[in-house]
Design a protein. Sequence first.
Length: 154
Amino acid sequence: MSFSSTQLGVGLPLGNLTSQLLVNIYMNEFDQWVKHKLKIKYYIRYADDFVFLNQDKKFLEELIMEVQNFLKEKLKLSLHPDKVSIKTFASGVDFLGWVHFPEHRVLRTTTKKRMLKKLGVNSKKPEIVQSYLGLIGHGNAHKLSARVKKFMSE
């Protein structure tokens, strides 16, 4: 979903606490619609990222249109065309910078590349290294963790 606009002065500044609070308030109507009207059992949302889980691919394909219509009509939002997909658990579910599998999760390749590039520029800032170690501590990233720790000793 996109919370940005091409109009000057329209949109939310991403990353600050106000935008995190406002997105949750703004998306509450969507949450209520998903839970009470659609009665979706497995729905996860964090800010403007969300996932629906269901075994029926056809159901999910039809759900996309319903979600697009609701977001457009009720909230004046649109889904990002490159970020809508239907995946199997076996192929991994890409959500919040991680690819989630039934038994583990791995850091998304683009997230890893961006992190390593940023560490190369800011390797002397221990707070950045610690932040990334905290992030990768949530998944299966033992080799990556060792690689990040090397930035602290350089």
